[in-house]
Design a protein around this ligand. Structure first.
Ligand code: NAD
Ligand code: ZN
Length: 384
């Protein structure tokens, strides 16, 4: 297929497909590859529906066979939709519509829609096929890949869920044109994280390619110069593809997170603790930005990397509009004792032992799994 990058996942070729202006392609590939179903159900949110739903609807509709139906469901946007309530509402809708096991759910949205629809798909009629059409940068490079599905409860985020793999993941980079700037930065935190543990050349591309990435996302670039726009777009496409390919590789090696997949938590052991105290004012990626810096500082403190790693990481995060320090008000909400206490409930801990991904240098983690780190060392770095 011209101008589409494909990436295998869990040994299935072409499972991930990346490109620009992919709507036509998505509709035809989807109806061709997930074809033994009677119902397709697009689930999206109130933010995305006016932007993209009718186009996708018409295109898919045009490929349907006589006995196939296309339904849609629009949910409120925001994390609150990742709830037991919303899951039940979708299920009741599907049951009212007489959907049975031959139903394919289509998640059109960011990580919220993807996680929720994946979870519904995994339990509806004991499991129906679903596809991911991620619309945020974060969902493209991170949440749509790997089969983790979940909802939140009052006790915390993502505490109830399943592993359930999508049949296809379509990354239409043109969707990023309408994504708010702060959400782009939110996704860039995961991109920077990924290359920091896995790929120095790609990290260097980020260090040098801010303008190209930005103009490719915005789409207008210097319109008089079509060659430049093409170059900028291939640059963004190569970055998203490299990031997605690394996650796909990790998930293929360690689907259920017994070791290697834990590497993707770089920046998240500390970052999640910040998020627990600063959300919703601070976005996930903004907390991870500080988490990345502090976990790199921990790596330096423990003697595993040079201080240059910390400064390059900081510079790169700042370049992509991510915070590199806390404002006074936020600092106030983050007492050392509370942060340490919150870190105790990390799903990744083994008993009391905290496990954190450490860096050896830019582009390489210390080990192929998180490392046991003492509370004393963490406290030292966090109290600086
Ligand atoms: P999100 O899904 O809430 O999307 C952010 C906002 O942007 C929403 O208001 C949405 O309506 C809007 N939006 C999305 N795409 C748009 C577009 N193209 N144009 C304009 N507006 C658009 O946020 P997110 O950051 O994509 O996802 C966060 C969720 O992902 C969290 O619930 C998190 O737990 C989950 N997550 C899951 C995994 C996983 O492995 N399953 C990994 C990381 C994060
Ligand atoms: Zn993350």
């Amino acid at each position: 297929i011209a101008n589409i990058t494909t990436i295998p996942l869990l040994n299935i070729p072409n499972l991930i497909q990346i490109g620009y202006q992919l709507m036509d392609h998505i509709a035809s590939d989807l109806t061709r590859n997930v074809n033994n179903v009677s119902n397709y159900v697009i689930i999206t949110d109130t933010q995305l529906a006016p932007l993209y739903l009718s186009t996708l609807y018409k295109l898919i509709q045009s490929h349907l066979k006589l006995n196939q139906r296309l339904l849609t469901r629009i949910l409120p946007c925001g994390e609150q939709s990742k709830s037991r309530n919303t899951k039940a509402q979708i299920e009741d809708f599907l049951l009212n519509q007489k959907c049975t096991r031959d139903t394919c759910l289509i998640a059109l949205g960011g990580g919220v829609i993807g996680d929720l629809v994946g979870f519904v798909a995994s339990t509806f009629m004991r499991g129906v096929p679903f596809v991911q059409i991620p619309t945020t940068l974060l969902a493209m490079v991170d949440s749509s890949i790997g089969g983790k599905t979940a909802i939140d409860t009052a006790h915390g985020k993502n505490l109830i869920g399943t592993f359930w793999q999508p049949k296809r993941i379509y990354m239409n980079l043109s969707f990023l044109e309408t994504l708010p700037k702060r959400e782009i930065a939110n996704g860039m935190a995961e991109v920077i994280k990924t290359f920091a543990i896995s790929n120095e050349p790609e990290f260097i591309k980020l260090e040098n390619g801010k303008n190209q990435i930005e103009s490719a996302i915005l789409g207008f670039s210097d319109q008089s110069d079509a060659t430049k726009l093409d170059a900028d777009r291939s640059m963004l496409m190569s970055v998203v593809s490299a990031c997605a390919a690394y996650k796909a590789y990790i998930v293929t090696e360690d689907e259920k997170e017994d070791g290697l997949r834990g590497l993707l938590n770089f920046g998240h052991s500390i970052g999640h603790a910040y998020e627990a105290h600063l959300s919703p004012e601070w976005l996930h990626g903004e907390c991870v930005s500080l988490g990345l810096i502090h976990e790199a500082e921990l790596s330096y403190y423990l003697g595993h990397c040079s201080s240059n790693v910390i400064s390059r990481l900081k510079k790169c995060l700042q370049l992509y509009d991510l915070p590199i320090k806390f404002d006074e008000k936020s600092k106030h909400r983050l007492g050392l004792a509370q942060v340490m206490d919150t870190m105790k409930v990390d799903k990744k801990n083994k008993g009391d032992q905290k496990r954190i991904v450490l860096l050896k240098k830019v582009g390489s983690a210390l080990d192929n799994k998180p490392t046991d780190v003492s509370d004393v060392a963490i406290e030292h770095v966090l109290s600086k």
